[in-house]
Design a protein. Structure first.
Length: 80
């Protein structure tokens, strides 16, 4: 990462920031409803922890997509 953004680096030059989005899904609930909930929770969490928008979260049916707002943001690992 060539970005010198202090949000992603600390005094020890460790670059990166773990992000977590926790959500629930009820048994038998439609995927589209869960996806809308994930987007709402993710948008609220990112704004609360970062103070600014750091990811674009979009929903298409039951598919949720996370996109960085700068060219330096890379998602290295995602788990569900």
């Amino acid at each position: 990462m060539n970005s010198q953004d202090s949000f992603y680096a600390n005094d020890l030059v460790y670059k990166g920031k773990p992000l977590y989005v926790e959500f629930y899904a009820k048994k038998g609930e439609a995927g589209a409803d869960v996806a809308k909930r994930v987007k709402a929770i993710a948008d609220k969490y990112m704004l609360f922890t970062a103070g600014e928008k750091i990811l674009d979260v979009t929903v298409n049916g039951s598919e949720v997509t996370f996109t960085g707002v700068t060219g330096y943001q890379v998602i290295k690992k995602a788990a569900l």
